[in-house]
Design a protein around this ligand. Structure first.
Ligand code: ENP
Length: 266
C-alpha cells in the first residue's frame, strides 16, 4: 500500500550479523557492544506503531547502545555520491563517514518499516519520505546524522558531487538541515570542502559558484575556517580507476608534459 520498497528480507539477521562484523572485524576499537540488545532497541523504535509516526527520538536507546566516539579529523560528510564515499572512506580506515560508524553501518543500504497494531515488519512496502517524513528510515538517518555531527571534531571533510542536478549542496538535505546545525563549533578547527565532478558528467557546480558558494558563505558566517578544492586529486585517482583513458585521468607531473599533446611522427 505504500510507494516505497518493503523491509529488506532477513533484516534481523543482517543487523545482528553486521553488528558482530563491526565490533569484531571492522572496528574492534569500539569495544564490547551487546548486539542483540542493539537489535531490540532498533526494532522497538518502529514496530507496532503507525509507520508515519516514527520520530528521531524513538531511536534514542538504539543510539545510546551503539554509540562510540568518532576519531578527530576523520569525519566525512557528503551528498550525492554514496558509493564513492564508501570506497574513499574504506570502512573507516581513511575517513569515518556516518556509514562507517557502528550506528550508521547497521542501517546502510537497508530498508525497514513496521505496521500499526502488529509486531510484524512490513515486507511488502514502506512509506517514502514524500508520503510521510516521519517514517522509520528517514527518522533513523535524522537521529544518526545529528549524533554524528555533534560528535565530529578537528578537521571536518565534506565531499560533494559537482555534477549533481540542482547543485552540489542540496537544500533541503541531511547535511544542510541536520548536520551543519549540529556541528560543535568549539571542537572544529577547519572545514575542508571537496567538489568532485563525475568523470563523464557535466560541471554544474564548483568552489565559489552556485550552491557551493552558498555553503561556503553559510559556514564562514557561522565562524568556521573554510577551504574548498575542486576535483581533489586523491578522489580523482579513485574515480579514474574506472576511466583510465579519459582525458580527465591523464595525471601529469609537470605543466609542459600536459601541453605536449599526442605524439607526432616527425
Ligand atoms: P543518498 O540519497 O545519496 O543515498 C542514500 C543511501 O545512502 C541509502 O542507501 C542510505 O541507506 C545510505 N546512507 C548512508 N548514510 C546515510 C545518511 N547519513 N543519510 C541517509 N542515507 C544514508 O543520500 P542522502 O539522503 O543525500 O544522504 C547523504 C547524507 O549522509 C549526507 O548528509 C552525509 O553527510 C550523510 P538506507 O538505509 O536509506 O538504504 C545521513 C543521512 O552522512
Amino acid at each position: 500500500k505504500w510507494k516505497g520498497e518493503g523491509t529488506t528480507l532477513n533484516l534481523e539477521s543482517i543487523v545482528i550479523g553486521r553488528c558482530y562484523d563491526y565490533i569484531r572485524l571492522v572496528n574492534p576499537a569500539v569495544g564490547e557492544k551487546n548486539c542483540s540488545e542493539i537489535w531490540e532497541a532498533f526494532k522497538n523504535a518502529f514496530i507496532n506503531k503507525d509507520p508515519c509516526s516514527i520520530l528521531p527520538k524513538d531511536y534514542e536507546l538504539f543510539i545510546n547502545l551503539s554509540f562510540h566516539p568518532i576519531p578527530p579529523n576523520k569525519s566525512l560528510f557528503w551528498e550525492n555520491n554514496q558509493l564513492l564515499v564508501n570506497s574513499f572512506a574504506d570502512r573507516g580506515r581513511r575517513y569515518m563517514s556516518l556509514a562507517d560508524t557502528l550506528f550508521g553501518f547497521l542501517g546502510d543500504f537497508l530498508n525497514w518499516c513496521g505496521q500499526a497494531n502488529s509486531t510484524g515488519l512490513d515486507y511488502e512496502s514502506c512509506p517514502t519520505t514524500e508520503e510521510c517524513e516521519n517514517n522509520a528510515v528517514e527518522s533513523f538517518w535524522r537521529m544518526a546524522s545529528i549524533t554524528y555531527a555533534q560528535h565530529s571534531s578537528g578537521v571536518i571533510h565534506v565531499l560533494l558531487n559537482g555534477s549533481a542536478d540542482g547543485g552540489a549542496y542540496p537544500q533541503p538535505g541531511f547535511f544542510a538541515d541536520y548536520e551543519i546545525p549540529n556541528l560543535q563549533k568549539d571542537k572544529i578547527s577547519q572545514i575542508v570542502i571537496w567538489v568532485v565532478d563525475d568523470i563523464e558528467g557535466p560541471d554544474i557546480d564548483s568552489c565559489g559558484t552556485h550552491t557551493v558558494n552558498v555553503l561556503e558563505n553559510r559556514l564562514s558566517t557561522l565562524g568556521y575556517d573554510v577551504t574548498c578544492t575542486d576535483n581533489y586529486k586523491s578522489v580523482m585517482f579513485l574515480l579514474c580507476l574506472d576511466y583510465p583513458d579519459d582525458s580527465k585521468c591523464t595525471f601529469s607531473s609537470s605543466a609542459p608534459a600536459a601541453q605536449r599533446g599526442p605524439v607526432s611522427s616527425d
